[in-house]
Design a protein around this ligand. Structure first.
Ligand SMILES: *Cc1c(COP(=O)(O)O)cnc(C)c1O
Length: 457
């Protein structure tokens, strides 16, 4: 007997997850450890604690505890904007005339406009608890910087954001949102750091990159007393915090006895996708249930689908630890015409391992089809999606259309990670017919691959 499914499924406060789920505890092949860039030995807790605060360093290394309690202070903050609704996309289904049942988990219901607040608040909490003064970070499009600014102002911590220069200039409103929450925002590369000065000397006039902003933020944190560096994606700790997305999704579906067939998410550094699929992937690994998982990446930045699975630097400046991941090389830059976000050169080591083990699929999509899907979605479901999220929309629609051909009533769940109000220049280019697609050639990729260190491990 199936119950009538409401348009939005919410959880009661009492049904909210009280713990994060640490998928690594159930993974048979654990993700490879981070390596110290100088010694090439696995990073120890002490070494990690020089970069991250202690509890986060412990979470980074923990591959045995399947559940980790969400501290009450974080749970209280989550109540301000969670549970995030799980929406049955009835209107989209009707428009597509598909027998598929489509659900999306909407993470855009907070001022940062994305899921990133889920980890920002956790990272700010642990920094505060350790008695730190402040944190540094980088931001590209600005969602992470905004989320972190909100989290830091809540716990009264200083927040110093290095924002990729091009975004700093193109997205002045994002910058002002961060300053509204008390953050200081510096365009990167800057003259404030050694690595910034070096990059500026080598590439005068550069618009910057995420990898370069990371190097600056790490340097600043390591040279400022009472500061630590925090990162919004890629790391194990970030994916751990983001499992709140998947745990809520699963609890909401379980309430109505719904089992998804396919779970889809966009993949930049992998945190939303990893968080969304984690509890379902756990069931798959333990042999309890089977699901299809699909990571969607932009054709211009195809780390899973065309990258190499190797130890590589996480940042352009090569000061951060090395991670074993699918990578395009730490100097890889997507074509300048790329507008859809998801431009990081690597991928979460956890997702990389799952992909290498054949537990997850990955596909690429072109940006014009992504924006077409975004527009189609906005017109029927009302929400104006972030370009990043729209990668998942595109593939969810594709899968629903396959069901239309075969008549299969599959249940599809995708992550709608955020809203696109700050991406209207990109939408404008799409509407004016000026957006172009670019698929990197083997030659383009070879330049990045040449930068991947050849380690004899
Ligand atoms: C940052 C961001 C992403 C990509 O990051 P992941 O770590 O891969 O999840 C996707 N969508 C939105 C809205 C974002 O802000």
């Amino acid at each position: 007997m199936s119950k009538e499914i409401p348009y939005k499924i919410y959880l009661e406060e009492s049904e909210m997850p009280k713990q994060w789920y640490n998928l690594r505890a159930d993974m048979k092949n654990k993700p490879a450890p981070l390596l110290n860039p100088e010694t090439l030995q696995p990073m120890t807790k002490e070494e990690l604690s020089a970069i991250f605060c202690e509890e986060l360093a412990a979470q980074e290394l923990d591959e045995t505890n399947p559940y980790i309690d969400i501290p009450q202070e974080i749970a209280d903050f989550y109540k301000m904007y969670r549970p995030a609704p799980l929406v049955r996309a009835y209107c989209l289904e009707k428009k597509l005339q598909t027998p598929a049942k489509i659900y999306y988990k909407f993470e855009g219901n907070n001022t940062s406009g994305s899921h990133k607040l889920n980890s920002a608040i956790a990272q700010a909490y642990y920094a505060k608890k350790q008695g730190l003064k402040g944190v540094t970070t980088e931001t590209g499009a600005g969602q992470w910087g905004t989320a972190l600014s909100m989290a830091c102002s809540y716990f009264e911590l200083d927040c110093k954001v290095y924002m990729v220069k091009l975004s700093y200039e193109q997205k002045p409103f994002r910058r002002e949102v961060m300053r509204t929450y008390g953050a200081s925002v510096t365009p990167s590369p800057s003259m404030e750091t050694k690595v910034g000065r070096k990059i500026l000397a080598d590439h005068p006039g550069t618009g910057g990159s995420l990898g370069c902003a990371i190097s600056e933020a790490v340097e600043k944190a390591s040279e400022t007393e009472g500061y630590r560096y925090v990162l919004g994606s890629v790391l194990n700790q970030v994916m751990l915090h983001q499992t709140i997305i998947g745990l809520e999704t699963k609890a909401a579906l379980d309430k109505y006895d719904v089992t998804p067939d396919i779970i889809i998410g966009c993949a930049g550094g992998g945190s939303n996708l990893g968080g969304l699929i984690a509890p379902f992937m756990g069931e798959k690994i333990r042999g309890e249930k089977d699901y299809r998982f699909i990571a969607v990446e932009p054709a211009t930045c195809p780390s899973l689908t065309r990258g190499k699975f190797a130890y590589d630097y996480c940042d352009t400046g090569m000061v951060c630890p090395l991670a074993k991941m699918y990578t395009l090389g730490s100097n890889y830059m997507p074509a300048p015409t790329h507008a859809g976000g998801l431009r990081y050169h690597g991928m979460s080591p956890i997702l990389s391992q799952l992909y290498a083990d054949g537990l997850m699929e990955a596909v690429t999509v072109n940006q014009t089809e992504v924006f077409a899907a975004a527009e189609e979605f906005a017109r029927v479901e009302g929400i104006l999606p972030a370009p990043e999220s729209s990668h998942a929309i595109k593939v969810a629609i594709d899968e629903a259309m396959k069901c239309k051909e075969t008549g299969e009533e599959k249940t599809i769940v995708f992550g709608l990670t955020g809203t696109g109000y700050f991406d209207m220049f990109a939408y404008e280019r799409f509407h004016d017919g000026k957006m172009v697609d670019y698929v990197p050639t083997e030659e383009d990729l070879a330049k990045g691959f040449a930068r991947i260190p050849k380690l004899d491990l």
